[in-house]
Design a protein around this ligand. Structure first.
Ligand code: TMP
Ligand code: ASP
Length: 240
C-alpha cells in the first residue's frame, strides 16, 4: 500500500492518506518528547518498537471484542488504520498512583488505588492538556452526546481489564495509561492512536524497575533497551 498525502504530523506519529479512502497509514517516529515537548530527543528504532507493541496490543484487544482502528502492520514502523474522526479527549486509566495524580492530590507514588480511576484530559497543546470533567467536555462540544462520555469510560475500563491481566502474565504492573478514541464514518467509537511504553507506565513486578517513557522524562535509563524488553515480554505471553 502506497502513502498519499500527509494528513497530520504529531510529536510521535505521522498520518498519511492511502490509496483507499477508508484507510490511512500511521508512521511511528523515532522522536521522544516530554513535558509539552520542552524536552526532546531521538532514539533510532523507537518508532518501530512502539509500532510493533501497539499492533500486538490492538490485536489482543480486538480479539476481546474492543473495536480499534488497527488493520495491519505495514513494514517496520507503519500500520494501516481505519480513517476515523479523532475525539480530542485523552482518556487516562490508573491502577496505581503515579505522575500527575500523585502531584495533584498528594497520593504517594506506588499506592494501589481502590478502583480503576478514569480521567478525561482535553487534548489541546496550547492549554497543556488540562484535566476536565464531563460538563467541561460537553460545554466544549468535544463529544455530541453525554452517552459518548459513558462509552469512553466503559471502553477505558474494559481495556484496563484486558491489559492488566495480560501484563500481569508478562511480570509487569500496568500502573496507568492514556487512550485516544476516534469515530468511524458509521459513528462507531473505536480505540485509536497507540498503546505503547510512550503512553503507559509499566513497572517490573519484582524489581519495580520502570520500563516506559518515565526513563526519558526523568533521565532514569535507556528507553530503547526498556521498550525492547516490553516487546520481548509481550511476545513471550503471546507465545511467539
Ligand atoms: P500523568 O501521570 O502524567 O498524567 O500520565 C498518566 C498516563 O498517561 C501515563 O501513563 C503517561 C500517559 N500520558 C500520555 O500518554 N501523554 C501525555 O501527554 C501525558 C501527560 C500522559
Ligand atoms: N504530551 C507530552 C509531550 O510529548 C508527553 C509527556 O509529557 O510525556 O510533550
Amino acid at each position: 500500500m502506497k502513502k498519499g498525502q500527509l494528513l497530520y504530523e504529531g510529536k510521535a506519529k505521522k498520518i498519511w492518506e492511502s490509496e483507499d479512502p477508508g484507510l490511512l497509514i500511521a508512521q511511528f517516529k523515532d522522536d521522544l518528547t516530554a513535558f509539552d515537548a520542552q524536552k526532546r530527543s531521538h532514539a533510532t528504532g523507537k518508532g518501530a518498537l512502539n509500532c510493533k507493541i501497539s499492533a500486538k496490543l490492538f490485536e489482543l484487544l480486538q480479539d476481546q471484542g474492543i473495536p480499534t482502528h488497527y488493520v495491519r502492520c505495514l513494514g517496520d514502523n507503519e500500520m494501516v488504520i481505519k480513517r476515523a474522526q479523532m475525539i480530542p479527549i485523552e482518556v487516562v486509566v490508573r491502577n496505581i498512583a503515579a505522575g500527575s495524580l500523585s502531584r495533584r492530590l498528594g497520593i504517594p507514588e506506588g499506592k494501589r488505588l481502590p478502583f480503576a480511576l478514569v480521567e478525561f484530559y482535553y487534548k489541546n497543546d496550547e492549554l497543556h492538556d488540562p484535566l476536565i470533567n464531563d460538563e467541561h467536555a460537553l460545554m466544549l462540544d468535544l463529544v455530541p452526546h453525554e452517552g459518548d462520555l459513558e462509552e469512553l469510560r466503559r471502553l477505558g475500563r474494559e481495556v484496563n481489564v484486558v491489559l492488566k491481566s495480560f501484563f500481569d502474565k508478562a511480570n509487569l504492573l500496568l500502573v496507568d495509561f492514556k487512550l485516544e478514541f476516534g469515530r468511524l464514518e458509521d459513528g462507531t467509537i473505536v480505540l485509536a492512536d497507540e498503546i505503547s511504553p510512550d503512553s503507559c507506565r509499566f513497572w517490573d513486578k519484582e524489581s519495580g524497575e520502570r520500563l516506559d517513557k518515565d526513563l526519558f522524562r526523568h533521565d532514569l535509563g535507556d528507553v530503547k533497551v526498556a521498550y525492547e524488553e516490553v516487546l520481548r515480554r509481550i511476545q513471550g505471553v503471546m507465545g511467539e
